[in-house]
Design a protein around this ligand. Structure first.
Ligand code: PAF
Length: 278
């Protein structure tokens, strides 16, 4: 596996990797890799002959006071995992590479990025959209893969790629969960053993809304009961818990078409997000 740190080396390395027209898949990450990321690489290998990954903890998507400084960094471990998973190339740009002095451009995806995570973390999706646009332009992959765990992020990225006419297919990969149901996340590393146990209320709350609305219970009652489950487990604040349309992420007050239950809430100092299909 080739590790590229100098951005000037990226273009020739990608050209060599593509050889005689091999399909290239990109797996963008912020490192602190877990089995969820490996599922992205596995899915990528099924969709392209060559897989490249990026590791970049993007300061633009963290607001002041968020966990940029304590975000887990474990480069040697990540590189070993990516090599083992079958990545051919890893690009690890520096902040100065992606945001040189004078950098002044922001990508804002109106609508899709403004509710839920966008409302709870103002500026977050502008940071995601800006870095993903830069990563896609720099690597020009045939396909890029993102986890469904960040469901709204996936919707924002699909919108921006369509709007900017970027020649990359965007694929979502189902969330990977621990055996007890907790979605894998780099931020799970912040949880104490007691918080880790109580965090299980999050997938349970999502599942309770799914089951209740499927069996015809009114959405508001299902959501209120699930909020109580979260509060009893010690989640505070609950930023949102809602039944939404899968494509537009607009809230639904009755089950219709393709729907998703989405939630974000804090346990101790750790903010967790999760979602499931209905
Ligand atoms: O999902 C992530 O890890 C990040 O938001 C991404 C897409 C790599 C952009 O920094």
């Amino acid at each position: 596996m080739q590790t590229i740190r100098e951005s000037s080396a990226l273009r020739p390395a990608l050209a060599a990797l593509r050889g005689a027209g091999e399909r290239l898949a990109l797996v963008p990450t912020m490192g602190a890799l877990h089995a969820g990321h490996l599922a992205l690489v596995t899915a990528a290998k099924q969709r392209a002959q060559r897989v490249a990954a990026t590791i970049f903890v993007n300061p633009l998507q963290f607001a002041p006071g968020e966990d940029l400084d304590r975000y887990p960094r474990q480069e040697a471990h990540d590189l070993a995992m990516l090599e083992e998973a079958g990545c051919a190339l890893v690009w690890m740009p520096t902040v100065a590479d992606l945001y040189p002095d004078g950098f002044a451009t922001t990508i804002h995806v109106a609508g899709t990025s403004e509710q839920w995570e966008g409302a709870a973390r103002p500026g977050h999706f502008d940071g995601v959209a800006t870095v993903v646009t830069k990563l896609l332009i720099a690597t020009m992959p045939d396909i890029a893969l993102f986890g469904e765990k960040d469901y709204q992020q996936l919707a924002v990225i699909r919108r921006l790629v369509a709007d900017l006419g970027l020649p990359t297919e965007i694929a979502g990969v189902p969330t990977v969960r621990d055996g007890d149901g907790l979605a894998l996340s780099s931020r799970n590393a912040y949880l104490s053993p007691d918080e880790r146990r109580r965090a299980l209320a999050l997938p349970k709350a999502l599942g309770s809304v799914r089951d209740a609305v499927r069996s015809g219970e009114p959405v508001k009652e299902a959501v209120d009961a699930a909020r109580q489950l979260l509060a009893q487990a010690g989640f505070d604040p609950i930023d949102y818990l809602a039944l939404v349309d899968s494509a537009t992420l607009e809230p639904l007050d009755a089950l219709a078409g393709q729907a998703r239950v989405i939630a974000a809430a804090r346990i101790g100092t750790t903010r967790l997000i999760d979602n499931i299909a209905v």
